[in-house]
Ligand binder design. Structure first.
Ligand code: GS8
Length: 215
């Protein structure tokens, strides 16, 4: 039995797992979870993810949740160098920037994506601009730090690509495709870095899946 990912590809946290599977050219099955009808709260899904969220991941007897933990498992299993585990300090810094992604970039982008995509397109509502503005300010503070870092190094950890960079792709994809894409114009190194990430074959493949509503 191969690896299975449960969730819609359009979910940022699901896309983070998919891109790692693509990086290591793994065989996997993407099992769609219909979130608008609440399938993620069904008892069968709660066995896989007790928080009633996506993604859930299964490899034989092993069931995992939390996209970044799943991403690491997939990369280790596939023998990828994106975690830099042959080098103690480099792998430590990969983990630092993976935490930064979750705590600063994703935590600002997540409510922006919810307001600008999910509210109008899935819920038929109007975005709460106060929430959007607050989180854009939070995002800009993070981007200042990123800009300084990326003026010194080509990528977040150093002059090599790592999971820390790759993990930003799903939320960066929505930033670029949303109404606030011009925010990154003030940060030229960040802009070039995001373009570099988006050009990766694994990322291109997963962005195609993200555009397909039933996947
Ligand atoms: C977050 C999962 C999550 O928020 C991870 O996997 O990294 N820290 C976890 N999933 C959202 C979908 S957004 O991509 C989700 O399932 N939301 C539905 C809900 O909370 O009911």
């Amino acid at each position: 039995m191969g690896m299975k990912v449960y969730g819609p590809a359009a979910s940022t946290n699901v896309a983070r797992v998919l891109v790692c599977l693509e990086e290591v050219d793994a065989e996997y099955e993407l099992v769609h979870v219909d979130m608008p009808s609440g399938e993620h709260k069904n008892p069968e899904h709660l066995v896989r993810n007790p928080f009633g969220q996506v993604p859930a991941f299964q490899d034989g007897e092993l069931i995992l949740t939390e996209s970044r933990a799943i991403a690491k498992y997939v990369l280790r299993k596939g023998g990828s160098q994106l975690l830099r585990e042959c080098n103690l300090s480099e792998s430590a810094v990969v983990n630092v920037w993976l935490e930064v992604e979750a705590a600063h970039f994703n935590s600002a982008m997540s409510p922006i994506i919810f307001q600008c995509f999910v509210v109008p397109m899935v819920m038929g509502g109007t975005p709460d601009m106060k929430i959007v503005e607050e989180n854009l300010n939070k995002l800009k503070k993070a981007l200042e730090v990123y800009e300084a870092r990326l003026s010194k190094f080509k990528y977040l950890v150093g002059d090599f690509f790592s999971l820390a960079d790759l993990s930003h792709f799903p939320t960066a994809y929505y930033l670029l495709g949303g109404p606030h894409a011009s925010v990154i114009d003030a940060y030229p190194h960040v802009k070039a870095w995001i373009a570099d990430i988006m050009a990766r074959p694994s990322v291109k493949k997963v962005t195609e899946l993200m555009k397909m509503p039933s996947v």
